[in-house]
Design a protein around this ligand. Structure first.
Ligand code: KIV
Length: 272
């Protein structure tokens, strides 16, 4: 009888904390489907975030608001089947946790039970603290998300840099400390001044992962389709594109169409 052994060591929240202590940066990318998540995991990413940006990237919505809990669970379970090493974190979607802490807990439990993911992420600070605490008390790891929080886009009105003014910066730092004290294992800071993000990363002990928050933090996250250049309309200053897959995929599809139309494909070796 052969016993299945898996030599790949899973990244845990504990390992992420050690990485911060050892000043080893944490690399995180989004993932929404099995095939790309498999590549990202094999490449050695630390965290795969099943972001509610799936609403934009996968479903073509203008905002992250429309995606449902069922749809997030579908994406998350595809990613979980692919990820052998990465910690898989799933966004609680808009409307699944803002109502009250009981609803928040049952949404988080559904994600953990039905997808097999390892943690959830929630946008907000003091406003959602009770829900964060309730989810944590059920043993579910929570990643916070402060700064530009896209689920509140209709409150902000625009996607501009957040916390530039002193009052908002002060609240952000307070919220980060509240989330740390509550027991969150990490916090994403989105689109805030680099000096503020650096200050937060210095003043809280848990890992701070930035997106548009400079390099004084403990790790970075990007949306996979943006950094691969599959999406090409979205070009914020913080985005580094590592490829131009939009053009590469389009070129391949154009070649295929040409080959089909000209009877070049399939050739003799490509048929039975
Ligand atoms: O949904 C998402 O992709 C995110 C990242 C931008 C952090 O929350």
């Amino acid at each position: 009888m052969s016993i299945h052994t898996n030599d790949i060591k899973r990244i845990t929240t504990h390992i992420l904390q050690e990485m911060k202590y050892n000043n080893e940066k944490i690399a995180m990318l989004t993932g929404y489907d099995f095939s790309l998540a498999k590549i990202v995991d094999t490449a050695g990413i630390d965290i795969i975030l099943v972001g509610d940006s799936a609403s934009n990237v996968m479903a073509g919505h203008e905002t992250t608001l429309p995606i449902t809990l069922d749809q997030m669970i579908y994406h998350a379970s595809s990613v979980v089947r692919a990820a052998q090493r990465a910690l898989v974190v799933v966004d609680l979607p808009f409307g699944s946790y803002q109502g009250n802490s009981k609803e928040a807990l049952s949404s988080a439990i559904r994600i953990m039970k039905e997808s097999g993911a390892h943690a959830v992420k929630m946008e907000g600070g003091s406003e959602i603290l009770e829900s964060v605490e309730r989810i944590l008390s059920a043993g579910i790891p929570v990643m916070g998300h402060l700064g530009l929080t896209p689920q509140s886009i209709y409150k902000f009105g625009t996607y501009v840099v957040r916390a530039k003014e002193e009052e908002e910066a002060k609240k952000l730092l307070e919220d980060a400390k509240l989330l740390e004290d509550a027991g969150c294992f990490a916090i994403v800071l989105e689109k805030i001044p680099a000096h503020l993000a650096t200050k937060v990363a210095k003043e809280v002990k848990i890992p701070i992962i930035g997106i548009g928050a400079g390099n004084g933090v403990d790790g970075q996250v990007l949306v996979l389709h943006d950094m691969l250049g599959i999406t090409h309309e979205f070009s914020p200053r913080f985005l580094r594109r590592y490829n131009n897959l939009y053009e590469e995929i389009k070129g391949s599809v154009e070649s295929y169409i040409k080959d089909v139309k000209s009877l070049d494909f399939p050739n003799e070796k490509e048929q039975y």
